[in-house]
Design a binder for this molecule. Sequence first.
Ligand code: ADE
Length: 223
Amino acid sequence: MEKIIILGALNEEIEYLLHDLKDKKEKQWNFFTIHEGILFGKNVVICQTQIGKVYAAMATQHLIDTYNPTKVIFTGVAGGVHTDVNVGDVIVSTDLVQHDFDTTAFGDPKGHIPRVNKRFFEADTELIKKALDTEFKDYNIYEGRIATGDQFITDISPLEEFNAYCVDMEGAAVAQVCDANKIPFLIIRIISDKADNSAKGDFEKNLPIFAANSKKVIEKLLK
Ligand code: ADE
């Protein structure tokens, strides 16, 4: 039976999905609350990971081990990097990289993980295609690279080499865990700020307004 895991770091990034979740059952693992149920007719498991790569990786691996999912979807807001993107726009991940993984002392490019020799973690092409089929009236939907790190970015100039569409704090961790477990995944991000010197205020203002913009995309992926 198909089971889809849906993750978000913050309460605001999953509460609109929990609102629509039917036949809810709640479980606890560590400090993570796990919500099982039916969303848009599909068996899903929804979980808030909290902020950053470590908690996101922990939750993702635990849920993969527990539920043997067919897909993993992560959603939440992000800082816009590409000049085309505006607040409220939706970014569908093509691939993800950890911008703060740095073994440049050994001659590696930033984000490169030595020995396993991985740098970019590619999202599932079928999920990308389906997600991009979502129609928005007031916002644009783009596919692009997401650069992840345990930093809230307020200056994108050190990250230029990644050609990212947006920056987040969990995506590449979820991607790396899914890649290791051979589970198809997609990260869906909504732009809350432009990762510049107004980012803090913009994030705080826009998170509650725009976090649910990915609902239409998730509905498209599940139906
Ligand atoms: N999530 C939302 N805005 C962000 C930013 N500017 N940097 C990192 N993660 C974010």
